[in-house]
Design a protein around this ligand. Sequence first.
Ligand code: KIV
Ligand code: ZN
Length: 552
Amino acid sequence: MGLDFSDDEGDLSKLTNDSNLQKKHNHREEPMEKIFIFDTTLRDGEQVPGACLNPREKLEIALQLARLQVDAIEAGFPISSPGDFEAVKAIAERVKGPTIVALARAVHKDIETAWEAIKKAEKPRIHVFLGTSDIHIQKKFGLDREKALERGLEALKFAKSLCPDVEYSTEDASRSDPDYLVQVVEQVIAAGATVVNIPDTVGYAVPQQFGQLIAYLKARVSNIDKIVLSVHCHNDLGLATANTLAAIENGARQVECTMNGLGERAGNASLEEIVMGIKTRKDYFRLHTTINTREIMRTSRLVSRMMGMPVQANKAIVGSNAFSHSSGVHQDGILKDRATYEVMRPEEVGITEHTMVLTARSGRHALRHKISEMGYDLQEQEFEAVYNRFLSVADKKKRVYDEDVAVIVQDVIFAHIDHSKLYSLESYKVTTGNGEVPEARVRLRREDVIFEASTQGDGPIDAIFKAIDKIAGAYHRLEDFQVKAVTETKEAMGIATVRVSREGFRALGRGSSTDILKASAKAYVQAINRLYWLLQRNSEACQSENGLSISR
Ligand code: KIV
Ligand code: ZN
């Protein structure tokens, strides 16, 4: 049983002396308005260092976001790289249901490229942004307010000439002069914007003040009712969800958010927190979303695995501890009635008790079911490759857990899309022991040529990495390396994650094996392959035509 205050407000009704609550109380009979969920996991979320999704991975996540029933998917920033352009285009062509959004600066080339990428979408939207704070206007653009507004309006009109649905973002709105903001919002609405977004770009806002800013715009902008007013909050002070909820209380009707709260720096407002906040406290907000909340957990796990970004255990809604109770007093309460210590039911966010564990005897049907239950959407030849790998893992292990399956699926997806794959691990041998300097001999294949190198290192993994560098060249920097057992038993599969960088580009490699040395070697080779693939693909696209460099 979960708590639902909507029919019986219980003790909360005593609080209705408060004017705000009184207002809600008096309007109980009004239909609940909808809050539009604009997901930017694949754009702002993908700006996280090291996330670097490739087009196939972005499409996989977008398909799952459509199952989650978000209203809009911001699929990327097409001018930023040919890879992102390709990803946004593939999403626009394949993903049905949500509006597909592409980001563009207030620059013709960006807008044209954004339109090229999304024009085949069922519901395309161009999202143009330009700063409104004095610091952005003066320091970033060397303009004054009037000239900045002119540039924004010009860009908006151009976007509108291509696409009927255009969103305009007043970047750094929370640090802007509210009266200038009123002027900008009013004029962009008059020029045809369909959605106006008020970002707290640097996570500076506090809830009450941000709510007041939204109320101020609602009161002062004469044509505000012609558009959907949106907010986009960053989490630098840990207030992104609170600021977003304050904004919707004051009239914002679209919220921009990401799965697991991923995003630039400390991240964005988290989709799962906002959606479950609105749902669990509908007695208070009197609003609703059309998110299929039972898809939340699956989406969170898929995003975490694909991006190589683990979710902290105590993360609200989707952390592994979010529904576990350890204190004796709480356990006792939960056993008597779950509502004693739970405000939501785990099933509401898609957590189910029964997980099917696969074994060597599980056939294709069971594996296919498991894969789709985990949110992947594979082509037939990919499925066959996964099945073959599954059989060989199942031969070595008694039980094959979800995490094992995820690692296999992702390995297959990478192998399939990495056309530029330069090297693959052929074999390795490490000699080490007490008091001995570890030595590794590694053989890599590139097309049909085998390369071999031997070297010593501080440890067995260091020796393997150095031998790989000897073959592939050590022009990159190793940023991060982690190994984790993905299942609890002795025969656990190890998953290694490696991040490498060069010239501001970062790539993530993952490798899995029941042998952690092999998993590490595979991850390192994959990271190097992907980094050089990225460098190659993006070399021409780092500068836009007007010379503004694109941040990554
Ligand atoms: O944080 C921000 O201001 C943005 C805009 C592009 C909406 O991400
Ligand atoms: Zn942002």
